[in-house]
Design a protein around this ligand. Structure first.
Ligand SMILES: Cc1cc2nc3c(=O)[nH]c(=O)nc-3n(C[C@H](O)[C@H](O)[C@H](O)COP(=O)(O)OP(=O)(O)OC[C@H]3O[C@@H](n4cnc5c(N)ncnc54)[C@H](O)[C@@H]3O)c2cc1C
Length: 279
């Protein structure tokens, strides 16, 4: 049986970021186990919008966590660049949330009043002001909210940079190895059973994304975690020169303009289990 100080299950952006943070703090022998190759699931599919404010209508713990995480991105991106030489293309232009109907305008007015009363950065724009910033947007736009601190990152580069950073920090990345179960004794996790055998560790971090609920425990039953997959499909357009600077968001979907001229248009939300087929 192999040993580790900490096992991370799952090599998406969450698992990779936790592994890196632990290794940087000198947490000992950190092992990350990934059933496929790291960074190729939701963290690859995503649009990379760092936008906790754009759709939020109340201050709760999740909102505060989202804002605090987003606010760490500039220093996170800088330190990843130092560690790996990779630019994760953090774009701080901001997000424009567009309203097209009276209902949109009503909802956006409430969001604006709540967020500005909380001291959060948000601007109310008329159609003319919004179109001055982004001439591409429709003449049917009634109003817009600008969130100057809701940014975007090139999530695929981010995952790649995190893999490199972990390799340099000496994190052991075990790929194409599936964790089948957590081992638990007397109410404590003691390691994992994987497709390549058992690994013991006093600490196991579950970062298996949509698959988390499928990982059971042997020995002492552990609390049940209910997480279900949601399929999201996007279209990617090539535009030269780029058609917009801001992330453009609305109740109908979003457009994410990338630095290289690609525009991601998303996203569907489909409850179809683990089916990843493009329809
Ligand atoms: C189309 C789409 C667009 C999105 N857009 C955005 C966006 O703009 N902004 C935003 O903030 N979020 C967005 N998201 C959500 C975002 O992608 C996810 O919240 C984020 O990537 C989750 O990261 P993760 O590491 O938890 O999961 P994942 O990236 O899915 O990583 C989990 C990893 O665990 C591995 N794993 C699972 N089970 C096991 C096992 N038993 N053993 C070993 N390894 C295992 C998987 O192979 C996978 O690599 C979007 C999602 C989708 C699908």
């Amino acid at each position: 049986m192999r040993l580790a100080d900490i096992i991370i299950v799952g090599g998406g952006v969450i698992g990779l970021t936790i592994a890196r943070a632990l290794a940087k703090r000198g947490a000992g022998d950190v092992v990350l186990i990934e059933k496929d190759q790291p960074g190729l699931e939701a963290s690859w599919a995503a649009g990379g919008i760092l936008g906790p404010q754009a759709e939020a209508d109340q201050t709760d713990d999740f909102f505060r966590l989202g804002c605090a995480s987003r606010d760490l991105y500039p220093s996170f991106a800088d330190s990843l660049k130092e560690e790996t030489g990779m630019d994760v293309e953090l774009d701080k232009t901001g997000t424009l949330y567009l309203g097209f109907t009276a209902d949109d305008e009503h909802e956006m007015r409430q969001r604006y009043e709540w967020q500005s009363s909380e001291g959060l950065p948000v601007e109310w724009l008329s159609r003319g002001e919004a179109r001055k910033l982004e001439p591409i947007i429709s003449r049917k736009t009634r109003c817009a909210l600008r969130f100057p601190n809701d940014w975007q990152v090139e999530n695929r580069r981010l995952a790649e940079a995190l893999v490199r950073a972990n390799e340099r920090l000496g994190v052991r990345l075990i790929t194409e190895c599936e964790v089948k179960a957590l081992r638990a004794e007397d109410g404590r996790v003691t390691g994992v059973e994987s497709s390549s055998g058992s690994i013991s560790a006093p600490v196991v971090v579950l970062a298996a994304g949509a698959w988390t609920s499928l990982i059971k425990s042997t020995g002492t039953p552990l609390p049940k975690i209910d997480i279900e997959p949601v399929r999201g499909q996007m279209l990617c357009f090539e535009t030269h020169p780029p058609i917009a600077q801001h992330v453009l968001y609305s109740s109908w979907g979003y457009l994410v303009p990338r630095r290289d001229g690609r525009v991601l248009a998303g996203s569907t939300e489909e409850f179809v289990g683990f089916d990843k087929d493009v329809t």
